[in-house]
Structure formats: structure tokens, C-alpha cells
Write a protein that binds this ligand. Sequence first.
Ligand code: 13P
Length: 249
Amino acid sequence: MRKKIVAGNWKMNNGLIQTETLISELKQQIKTSDAEVMIAPAFTNLWHAFEATRQYPIEVVAQNMHYAENGAYTGEINAGMLKSIGIQTVILGHSERRAYYNETDEALAKKVDTALNHDMSVIFCFGEELADRKAGNHEVIVQEQIEKALFHLDASAFENIVLAYEPVWAIGTGETASPQQAQDMHAFIRKVLANKYGQDTANSVSILYGGSVKPNNAKEIFSKPDVDGGLIGGASLKAEDFFAIVNAF
Ligand code: 13P
């Protein structure tokens, strides 16, 4: 069965004290749930977060990494550094990184390869912009993003890949894709995977939805058959809201 996942992407929020506080609130509220719970704090707090959640069913993941093994890349973090502090999973391809740091499909393909070579898991993000959706190109764009960054891989690589559909127009805007829009896109993504890798692989890959998931809309979004969880931005910064979303399963 596909994994159910609720992951909080904290983005560039929370210093050490706020990280400690939020994690201790999460630890008080966490119960065994059907969904795996992940949080992605900033790089500077990953080690603390990893240590602080060791005995709890919360996986700490990174928001990004470089594709190179090491070298003269000032300000960057590599896979080995993440692994050295216990981090096993990295978010790659977030639309904010694509938009503000010019991350291309080609660079993302390299990052995915590096992560997998280091036995890490990847939460791979993609999604169309509003203009693409309005023009009716959303499926073409999403298919292209997936193909360019992932379709050089073998089917077995998908054991370590989770997909996250995040329509850019729904991120941080309060405007969520409707549950049906999410379902339609997730079913389309599964079809794209099935055409390339076969139905078994397509059925085994978890596909998360991200973009203004809140306590009041999570249940309906998660009730859709091809939606296997969520990647949560703003609402993951408050323990109460985050758990309301986790409990929506
Ligand atoms: P919001 O939940 O704030 O819309 O952010 C979604 C997101 O970008 C998660 O990666």
C-alpha cells in the first residue's frame, strides 16, 4: 500500500528557539497515526530537530541540497552533510527554488541522482503556474517537469521517491486547488507514470498535494483516492493546525 504522508515545509521560518518550541509542541501532540509525519526546518536547525525528535514518529527532512559531492560552492549544502547528521530525505524542485534560484529541470535531475546515490529519499515537487492553468496547459507542464527530472531513472528508483504536486497559484495564496482539481491531476500523474513504468510502479508512488492546505480543507482533499497526503507550508508553523491536518486522515 502507498505511504500516507503529511510533511511540513517550514521554508525560511523559525530560528533555534522557535524550532525548539514548535518541536516540543509537536512532541506533546503526536500520536501514532496512519500518516507518516515529516518536518522540514531550515538547515541551521536540522541537527537540533533531528536530535530532538529521535524517539518520536517524526522524520526531519531537508528543504534542498546541492547536486555536487563537495567543492567550491559557497553557501551550499551537500548530501553527505545531510546524511552525516542523520537526514534521510530531501525536498527537491520546490517551485520557490525553481522561481527564485533558477533551478532547472536539468539541475533537478542531477540533484535527484545525487540524493538517490546517497541512499536518500526524495520528495520531488512540481506544479504549474496560474497562466498555464488558465491556458489549459497544466497537464503538459506537469508531465514535462516529471519527465525531465525523473524519467531517466529505473522503476526501482521510485521506491525512494515521493511526488508532490504543488500548483504555484495555490502556494501561500489561500487559494487551494479544489479537491477535484487535485484528484484529476494526481490521477493524470499516475497515468504518466504507468505509461512509462507500468501500473504497479504508478500505484506504489505516493503523490502529495501542496498549496494552501489548512485544517478546514485537508479532510476533503485527503479523501480523494489519488491524494496520498500533503506538503504543508503556512499551516505547518502552528502545531495545532499541523496536527489538525495530520488527523484529517
Ligand atoms: P502553503 O501551504 O503555505 O500554501 O505552502 C505550500 C508549500 O509550498 C509547501 O511546500
